[in-house]
Ligand binder design. Structure first.
Ligand code: PSV
Ligand code: MN
Ligand code: MN
Length: 424
């Protein structure tokens, strides 16, 4: 399903005069609004192929209908999101859920929607049909070399598929760990995992990166072999210059200071990218910015400061991806909300008066430091984000247009009412 250009144009026309008023106010309020507009226009966020269907929980799943059943339909959904917000130009695939035998056709289809392939994700946290060895007790950490070999081979196959698709990164998230004390020798598990990662690393093309994603717990509830940023960083450092840490916002123990983690990883040149989402309890995979928008802003504040210090390119020196799931929302609406929240946090961070902040920090003027950050956080940058969309030919209000055009109804008509997105 695709929107006609005139649908977007007439939607924008209706909202234009109100938008212009808001924009005028915002540009008066924010001194560097021109620079912000340019940066947010350039900024693109990768959409995970697995977030286009309703995730559900282990207690149940409630399909909204019209979910994509194959990679072609997933690309169509992401193409639609990108048409609406001009900020979702990348797709992150999960293998084997998204394995395709017709790479040229998939590449052509993605290009038609203006999409490219972000990091590829391997999956050794589930057993696949016809798989020889089980991952019940881990994959890259496994005590049995044959199991490790199978998992290594899978990762190398994902790299191969990624090369064909034009991706240039592999994200490895491992469910490996243990559920009970005594089940695992921590050091041996670490060493096995490192050795396995080294074999995968050796198969990376020169211009590829590997992201080691950490997670505190789940599905293992006693130990996780890549359980936190320290462990991920250990692996990344031991592997070499193409290995980085990936921060999934939902993968920390409660109240972790994620912005500080981000700052230090950046300092070490080892921050690879993000899986954006939000959470209240654990790996809730909720809409970005729905619970802790100030935390999201503070993370972007560190990113902007740290990346500028290191002369990094905001657009593509890090991998910006969403990793979310939805039980009660229309997944496409949820993704539109997530992208919007990320863009807002980024724009707010770009508006921080950095010179004043450095000075206030030097003078230990704690009150002023807080005022400077909160001034940026409490300034309404939404008109700038909308203006970036308008200039790119997208919708002033993507969510409103999505609803006005009754896209979900259309998707249900085409794909059916009882749908299961692959990989869930
Ligand atoms: C694990 O919780 C995770 O965050 C990893 O990124 C997986 O690849 C993804 O979710 C999908 O299960
Ligand atoms: Mn993740
Ligand atoms: Mn997760």
């Amino acid at each position: 399903m695709k929107l006609e250009p005139n649908q977007i144009a007439s939607h924008n026309e209706r909202l234009l005069s109100k938008h212009q008023q808001r924009l005028d106010f915002a540009t008066q309020e924010i001194p560097n609004s021109k620079d912000i507009l340019q940066k947010i226009s350039d900024f693109q966020i990768g959409i995970p192929s697995w977030a286009l269907g309703t995730g559900g929980t282990r207690f149940g799943r409630f399909s909204p209908g019209g979910e994509p059943g194959n990679i072609e339909e997933k690309l169509a959904d992401i193409g639609l999101l990108h048409q609406l917000n001009a900020s979702s130009a990348a797709v992150s695939l999960h293998i084997p859920w998204d394995t395709t035998t017709n790479v040229p056709a998939i590449k052509a289809l993605a290009a038609e929607y203006g999409l490219h392939f972000d990091a590829m994700n391997s999956n050794t946290f589930q057993d696949q049909r016809d798989q020889l060895h089980s991952y019940k007790f881990g994959s890259l950490q496994h005590v049995n070399k044959e199991v490790r070999k199978q998992a290594i081979a899978h990762n190398i196959e994902v790299i191969r598929q990624g090369i064909e698709l034009g991706s240039n990164a592999l994200t490895i998230w491992l469910a490996d760990g243990s559920c009970f004390p005594g089940q695992l020798n921590f050091r041996k598990a670490f060493e096995n995992t490192l050795e396995s990662l080294q074999e995968i690393y050796a198969a990376l093309p020169a211009d590829w990166k590997v992201f080691v994603e950490y997670k505190a717990f789940e599905p293992n509830f006693y130990s996780t072999t890549v359980g936190d940023w320290g462990q991920s960083l250990l692996y990344a450092n031991k592997l070499g210059s193409k290995a980085f840490t990936l921060v999934d916002l939902g993968h920390h123990l409660p109240n972790a200071n994620i912005e500080q983690i981000v700052s230090l990883l950046l300092m070490e040149g080892k921050l690879g990218g993000f899986h954006f989402n939000d959470s209240k309890y654990g790996d809730d995979d909720l809409t970005a910015g729905c619970m802790k928008p100030y935390q999201l802003f503070l993370i972007f504040n560190e990113l902007v400061e740290g990346m500028d210090q290191r002369g990094m390119n905001h657009k593509n020196d890090l991998a910006w991806m969403i990793d979310a799931s939805h039980n009660v929302k229309d997944p496409l609406e949820d993704l539109l909300q997530s992208v919007e929240a990320i863009m807002i946090a980024y724009a707010q961070a770009l508006s921080v008066d950095r010179i004043a902040l450095v000075q206030a920090q030097q003078e230990n003027d704690v009150v002023r430091c807080q005022e400077i950050l909160q001034q940026a956080f409490r300034t309404d940058v939404r008109p700038l984000v909308a203006e970036a969309r308008l200039r790119a030919g997208a919708a002033l209000s993507p969510l409103a247009l999505y609803r006005e055009t009754e896209i979900r109804k259309e998707l249900i008509k085409n794909r059916g009412n009882k749908t299961i997105a692959t990989g869930l």
